[in-house]
Design a protein around this ligand. Structure first.
Ligand code: FES
Length: 151
């Protein structure tokens, strides 16, 4: 009887050691995965941060150009200025397409509409489209896509 108890005790002890070792490896794997993701997202964020849209003269006044990879529309206003509008509807986040015929952004989800400047034309959205900062650098339009500006 004492022999069985001793063998049971040794078995349980080894099982506990094995489970402890597995827990340590799993915690290390989870930590490495988390750090790897953080590193890769940080570097891709930096790459995304400055999006060169193209030379200024490429964009006609009164035009809207979609940049799918940057998730924005570059708007060249009639006065020559630029806006970079985020493609997400401010109601519930659907992607908002530009309707050139109607000269407005119309959300396919609940029909909110926004003008060329991103201002609300019709509800349910109550806030204008968000924007990214735009600058002209060496004759190119550069959009900073790492930070949204509330409209
Ligand atoms: S998500 Fe655009 S109107 Fe609702």
């Amino acid at each position: 009887m004492a022999d069985i108890d001793e063998r049971r005790r040794k078995f349980l002890s080894r099982l506990a050691a094995l489970l402890g070792t597995l827990a340590v490896f799993e915690a290390g794997w989870i930590g490495a995965t988390f750090l790897g993701r953080r590193r890769s997202s940080t570097s891709s964020d930096k790459m995304r941060a400055a999006h060169v849209a193209g030379p200024v003269e490429r964009f006609e006044p009164g035009s809207v150009t979609a940049f799918r990879d940057g998730h924005f529309y570059l708007v060249r206003l009639e006065d020559g200025g630029f806006l970079a509008l985020h493609r997400k509807c401010t109601h519930l986040g659907c992607t908002v397409p530009w309707n050139a015929d109607e000269q407005r952004f119309t959300c396919p989800c609940h029909a909110s509409a926004f003008d060329m400047r991103g201002e609300v034309l019709s509800a349910p959205a109550t806030r204008p489209l968000e924007q990214f900062a735009v600058r002209i650098e060496n004759g190119n339009v550069v959009v900073n896509t790492d930070k949204l500006i509330r409209g």
